[in-house]
Design a protein around this ligand. Structure first.
Ligand code: GLV
Ligand code: MN
Ligand code: MN
Length: 419
C-alpha cells in the first residue's frame, strides 16, 4: 500500500498556493475529441465497448496526449492504459470504454480531467501526477475487469476464460492490445487514487448541487442464468404441455420482485438487463432463455440475503415448469468505503470551488476505485448528471459543472486551480 503524504489538506503533499493554470478550454476540447471515437450519431452518445476498434483508437489517442503531457504511456496485458509520471505519484483517472449504448462522459470525464490536471502540474513544475484509463470497466466481461486484474482481485487466467454475450472469450478479445503491451505497471509507485465521475443518478441535479463527495461505493453481484425447456411448435403444443423457457423467466422475474421486497431497502436494486431467447421466432415455443441477473446494495449481508431469495425463486420456478437451470460464475465486488483523509481533501476542494453547493453521498454505480482500494487509498467525487440519465445516449452534464469537477480534483491534489 502506498504511504499517504503528510499534508492533511492535499493529496499530493503539494503546499497550498501553487498557481497552476488549469486550461478548462483544452479540457473541454479533449472531452469532445474523445467523444468522436465511437460517436453514435445520436446526440452525444458513444458506442465504444472494451477492445472494439473505437476503444483501441481512443486509447492510442489518449496515449499520444499523455506523451505530449510529459507522461510515459504504458499499456498492460489487459489494455489498461497508464500515463506514468516519474517517481512516486498520485494516480488520477477512470475508464474510456463505454456501455454498448453509452454516454460521452461516463469514465471519459475522469480520464480527461486527470490528463488536464497532470498536464497543468507538469507545466507548473509538479507535483507528480499519473493518469489511468482502465479497461472494460463497463463489464463486457463482467464487473470492472481491467482494474480487477490490475489489483489482483481476478487472475488473468480466470479473466481470460470470461465470455461476452456473443460468446467471445476475453483472452481472445484482448489480443487486439497486441504489441502495445509493455512491462507490468506496479501499483506501489502510486500514493493514492482519485476518480472524478458523473453521478449517473439524480441526487445532485435534483438538489441543485454541483459536487458530490463520495462516502462509499455499493457492492454488486452479477451472473448469467440459463433456463432450458423444450423447443416446440407454437400451433400444436398445448399450453399445459409446454416447457417454455421464456415463460419461466417471466414467472421468475414476477415472483422475485415480490419476494425481494421482504429483504431490501429503497436503495437496493436488481436488474435483468440482457435476455437472449432461443431460437427467438414467432412460431416456436422458446426452448432456451439466457439472461443476466444483477443485484447491488451497500450492505454485504443484504447482498447475500438477496442471493438466497434469487436461488430459492429460481429453483421453485424451474421445478414447477419442468425447466433445466444452469448458472454461470457469480461475479461480484464488495461495498467499499472511501479513504477518510482523501475525502477530507475533496471536501476542502469542494467547499473552495462550490461553497455550499456540494454534498456527501454514496455511489450506487460501480467504479474502478472499488478495485483500486485493494492496493492504495482511494476517493471519488461526482458532478451532476442532467435528469439523472446515464448508460444512455442522452447522458450529459452542464459544462460549468464539468469544469467545477476538474477544479475540485486539482484543488484536492494540492493545485490551486486557476481555471
Ligand atoms: C458501471 O458502469 C456500473 O454498472 O455501475
Ligand atoms: Mn463509469
Ligand atoms: Mn458506466
Amino acid at each position: 500500500m502506498g504511504a499517504l503524504p503528510p499534508n492533511p489538506r492535499s493529496i499530493s503533499g503539494q503546499k497550498k498556493g501553487s498557481a497552476v493554470a488549469l486550461n478548462s478550454e483544452r479540457f473541454v476540447a479533449d472531452l469532445h475529441i474523445l467523444r468522436t471515437f465511437g460517436a453514435s450519431g445520436v446526440g452525444k452518445g458513444v458506442v465504444r465497448p472494451a477492445y472494439s476498434e473505437a476503444d483501441m483508437a481512443a486509447r492510442d489517442w489518449l496515449a499520444s496526449r499523455m506523451a505530449e503531457a510529459g507522461l510515459e504511456p504504458r499499456f498492460d496485458v489487459m489494455g489498461n492504459l497508464f500515463g506514468v509520471a516519474e517517481g512516486p505519484s498520485l494516480l488520477l483517472g477512470s475508464h474510456s470504454d463505454s456501455q454498448p449504448q453509452g454516454g460521452w462522459l461516463d469514465g471519459a470525464l475522469g480520464v480527461v480531467a486527470a490528463l488536464e490536471v497532470a498536464r497543468a502540474s507538469v507545466e507548473a513544475g509538479g507535483p507528480a501526477i499519473s493518469v489511468v484509463s482502465f479497461q472494460d470497466e463497463e463489464g463486457r466481461y463482467g464487473v470492472t475487469t481491467g482494474s480487477n486484474v490490475w489489483t489482483g482481485g481476478l487472475s488473468l487466467a480466470d479473466a481470460d476464460a470470461l465470455v461476452d454475450h456473443d460468446g467471445v472469450a476475453l483472452g481472445e478479445a484482448r489480443r487486439v492490445v497486441g504489441d502495445r503491451v509493455g512491462a507490468p505497471v506496479d501499483p506501489a509507485q502510486f500514493t493514492a487514487f482519485v476518480e472524478l465521475h458523473i453521478e449517473q443518478g439524480a441526487t445532485l441535479d435534483t438538489a441543485g448541487a454541483q459536487i458530490g463527495v463520495v462516502t462509499d461505493i455499493v457492492g454488486i453481484r452479477d451472473r448469467v442464468i440459463t433456463l432450458t425447456g423444450q423447443q416446440n411448435h407454437a400451433g400444436t403444443t398445448a399450453m399445459a404441455l409446454r416447457r417454455d423457457a421464456f415463460q419461466g423467466l417471466v414467472a421468475f422475474s414476477g415472483r422475485l420482485n415480490e419476494r425481494l421486497r421482504n429483504v431490501v431497502t429503497p436503495s437496493s436494486v436488481w436488474t435483468i438487463g440482457h435476455v437472449a431467447v432461443a431460437p427467438n421466432a414467432s412460431s416456436i415455443v422458446p426452448g432456451q432463455v439466457r439472461f443476466s441477473m444483477q443485484w447491488r446494495d451497500g450492505d454485504a449481508d443484504r447482498l447475500a440475503r438477496m442471493e438466497a431469495v434469487i436461488e430459492e425463486t429460481l429453483a421453485e420456478v424451474a421445478a414447477e415448469m419442468n425447466l433445466g437451470v444452469e448458472q454461470g460464475p457469480l461475479l461480484g465486488l464488495e461495498p467499499v468505503a472511501m479513504d477518510g483523509h482523501l475525502r477530507a481533501c475533496l471536501e476542502a476542494g469542494a467547499e473552495a470551488v462550490a461553497p455550499g453547493k456540494w454534498r456527501r453521498m454514496p455511489s450506487g454505480a460501480l467504479h474502478d476505485a472499488t478495485n483500486v482500494a485493494r492496493v492504495m487509498p482511494v476517493a471519488m467525487l461526482f458532478v451532476p448528471s442532467i435528469g439523472g440519465i446515464s448508460h444512455a445516449f442522452e447522458e450529459d452534464t452542464d459544462e460549468a459543472d464539468l469544469v467545477a469537477g476538474l477544479r475540485v480534483l486539482a484543488h484536492a491534489a494540492g493545485l490551486q486551480a486557476l481555471a
